[in-house]
Design a protein around this ligand. Sequence first.
Ligand code: FMN
Length: 188
Amino acid sequence: MELAEAIARRRSIRLFTGEAIDTGLIDELVDAAISAPSSLNAQPWHFHVALGAAREAAGAAIAQSTRFLQEYADMLPPEMLDKAARFYADLGRAPVLIAVSVPEADDEVDRINVLVAAGAAIQNLMLRATDLGLGACCITVPRWVVDQVKSAMRVPEDRMIAGLVLVGKPAEEPVAAPRRRDVVTYIE
Ligand SMILES: Cc1cc2nc3c(=O)[nH]c(=O)nc-3n(C[C@H](O)[C@H](O)[C@H](O)COP(=O)(O)O)c2cc1C
């Protein structure tokens, strides 16, 4: 698939068939991820791939967050809250969870550098997933269960999860979410 097509076709997939995927394909996703740029080529990322029982444990930790979602009741319409609760309950049956961790950093520039690198790696991973006919969605670990998810995914204390990527065979074809176009300023 051409790069432009993969960029255009990538969507956040939140519903999967539940079928397992070959570890060879996961290796290909990680290969794409580690080709990303990073400040001073520090490659601050680590990929914690949860399958089987580990995936279930991480999923159970995320599912705990559904009872806290009411905190958003003032901000989100009830149907969105319901949708989020259903999604976090089983993560759309994604068979693979990949936590992308980076070192905790006190210095602001260091923190920006590691997070930007992780973002680049995650996007590479998701584009390669699209290319391979897989579905993926990057989510933020819900704040209430960060420690439980880190523990389930064996993320060391001194690292944080920049993004949790769900991967599997897609069971939906979402329409593209609208994009704003007023986001560019040319300066001459
Ligand atoms: C850093 C980051 C965090 C995200 N967190 C969540 C999340 O917690 N839950 C979720 O359902 N989607 C999450 N998403 C997916 C976005 O909602 C999605 O990218 C956006 O709506 C645009 O849709 P698209 O990816 O299909 O183009 C996240 C995406 C990014 C890049």
